[in-house]
Design a protein around this ligand. Structure first.
Ligand SMILES: Nc1ncnc2c1ncn2[C@@H]1O[C@H](COP(=O)(O)OP(=O)(O)OP(=O)(O)O)[C@@H](O)[C@H]1O
Length: 304
């Protein structure tokens, strides 16, 4: 199965279970993926299927007694614009952290374009650009210095770093604040300079946790354009977001996760069917409350 972009759909869904032994889930997840098989898409007969940009198998993470991620299997097709959505506390950040080398899974594996991330972290991470949640930056650097630092850290030569730094500052509308310390940036400016830092080495896969949070609409539209042309050029973007309308319009593929499980995944059109993505999300996740309660809030009062 393919979407309009031609990217193969290989997203898989894990049964919603919470067994006592999570290692079994990792095995079951791998078995299930093997049973379902990766959809070969429109590839030439006999040609091997290209590796997924991100291939997650049986990912599992517990914090104390809290199970944050309970056996997630997911393939993010190379060349897709992939949205990860879910309610607060669903396990999105924990999953993305394990998928990008920021957090070691209790069980399970993560592959980046076929490379085992935890077995070969340097090779896998060279292909990744990451915008983590609650990003901590070296904020006593100016915006231009931070981008230069990120480029040099990624092994680019100085002239390439200088060229890309200027282009990224323009693209993110940060030129006027290039010499301002990042600590003095607004939340949206910080997000944009962090995003630019994630892109400077032209990674094959960009994993962005809430990239549009606090970003103004014009900058958000510019960033969307940048990401779309990056995908058109063969890159893969994974974004987590709470904004269903944005994901529906922007992404080719989506996974809905809740309670540490994948509830549904595939092309956006396949997942939402005849409904909006938001309606499908609410249908799957539930949790809508009636208007009872909080009566005191509806009562206008002169007291106080
Ligand atoms: N370091 C931690 N220590 C303890 N519990 C954690 C930790 N990180 C995450 N959790 C818990 O794991 C669960 C999943 O959290 P996670 O941040 O992955 O969710 P999320 O889907 O990204 O949520 P949100 O949309 O609110 O950002 C939550 O119940 C959270 O409280």
């Amino acid at each position: 199965m393919t979407d309009g972009s031609g990217a193969a759909t290989t997203a898989t869904v894990v049964p919603v279970t919470s067994p006592d032994d999570p290692s079994q889930v990792a095995d079951q997840g791998a078995d299930q993926v093997a049973r379902q098989g990766a959809d070969p898409g429109p590839a030439t007969p006999g040609a091997p299927a290209p590796p997924a940009a991100l291939g997650l198998r049986g990912l599992w993470k517990k914090f104390g007694d809290k199970i944050a991620v309970a056996g997630i299997d997911l393939d993010v097709p190379a060349g897709s614009f992939f949205g990860l959505v879910g309610p607060n506390g669903a396990g999105k950040t924990t999953t993305l952290s394990m998928a990008t080398g920021l957090l070691r899974p209790d069980f399970g594996t993560a592959h980046v374009l076929g490379t085992d991330l935890w077995a070969h972290p340097d090779e896998a991470k060279a292909r990744l650009g990451i915008l983590p949640d609650g990003v901590r930056l070296f904020d006593r650097l100016t915006g231009a210095q931070l981008l230069t630092y990120a480029g040099l850290l990624r092994g680019l030569d100085r002239s390439t770093v200088a060229e890309r730094t200027e282009e990224l500052l323009v693209a993110m509308d940060l030129t006027a604040d290039r010499d301002t310390f990042v600590v003095d940036y607004s939340a949206g400016m910080t997000k944009k300079v962090a995003l630019a830092s994630a892109m400077i080495h032209a990674p094959r896969v960009l994993v962005l946790d809430e990239p549009f949070e606090a970003v103004d609409p014009v900058s958000a539209a510019n960033i969307r354009d940048i990401l779309h042309s990056y995908v058109d050029g063969g890159g893969t973007v994974v974004v987590s977001s709470h904004v269903m309308d944005l994901v529906q319009r922007m992404c080719s593929h989506v996974a809905i996760i809740a309670g540490g499980h994948v509830l549904d995944a595939g092309t956006v059109d396949a997942v939402r069917g005849e409904q909006t993505l938001e309606d499908r999300f609410v249908e799957l996740v539930g949790g809508r409350r009636g208007t009872e309660g909080l009566a005191w809030l509806r009562t206008s009062s002169d007291s106080g």
